[in-house]
Write a protein that binds this ligand. Structure first.
Ligand code: URA
Length: 227
């Protein structure tokens, strides 16, 4: 969403993660912070977001939506032990307030499309089961398909262990006897792995090609872009 808020420069810089409010005087000495082209030094000055540049670059957007092609081995969490997915983003994005959070999660060994946003309403919309956002995965399986999986997944009757309702219909495209594409409109915990577990198979690698309209086919592993 495009916004152009009017507030003190120290508040702008700190909410976007450039520096803390108390560091803003030092930051404005070290970097060329300009308001409509004119260098500024007063942390109390009220400015419009869109009028500001830092070293001739516009400020980061006030609301950020970022698409990352997640490599394996990174955890979708702000605080678990291990390599956190946020460490793949620029340091200042990690210091924003409100915080940048992933839209849903991928397992540590799953690769591919993961979105981040600091827009809580958008995050809710994209993860809410009501909104049926489509996700496309590519999975490699431990055993060859038996042949009835597409029908079972499309049936809308598959019950996973511990769930109260059957899964929504999902589309299976067979690429080879052990490689598939599967499109889901929901995002239950370990859903793809549990679905193949339910038909006697096991997922050995999982890549999310697309989340909603955002696809990572043009992003290298570990690369990201503002969308
Ligand atoms: N389904 C899974 O099993 N794992 C993921 O990371 C995503 C979907």
């Amino acid at each position: 969403m495009k916004t152009n808020s009017y507030k003190r420069i120290d508040a702008h810089l700190s909410s976007l993660g450039y520096c803390s409010r108390s560091e803003s005087i030092k930051f404005m000495k070290m970097f060329s912070v300009r308001n409509k082209g004119e260098r500024i030094f007063d942390p109390k000055l009220k400015v419009y977001h869109d009028d500001i540049t830092v070293d001739n670059e516009p400020l980061d957007p006030e609301m950020l939506v970022v698409l990352l092609n997640k490599p394996a081995g990174f955890i979708c969490s702000h605080e678990d032990a291990g390599r956190l997915i946020y460490s793949l983003l620029p340091k200042r994005w990690q210091n924003r307030s409100p915080k940048l959070s992933t839209v849903g999660r991928l397992d540590v060994d799953t690769t591919g499309a993961i979105l981040f946003t600091d827009d809580g309403a958008l995050n809710h919309r994209l993860t809410s089961p009501k909104h049926h956002v489509s996700k496309l995965y590519e999975a490699t399986l431990a055993s060859e398909l038996r042949g009835d999986e597409a029908e079972i997944f499309a049936s809308g009757t598959l019950m996973l262990h511990g769930e109260k309702k059957p899964l929504l219909p999902a589309k299976l495209e067979v690429l080879s006897p052990t490689k598939v594409r599967i499109e889901l409109d929901e995002g239950k915990y370990h859903q793809v792995k549990r679905m193949f577990g339910a038909v006697g198979n096991r997922v050995v690698s999982l890549h999310r090609v697309r989340f909603g309209e955002y696809n990572v086919e043009d992003l290298e592993s570990g690369a990201y872009k503002i969308v």
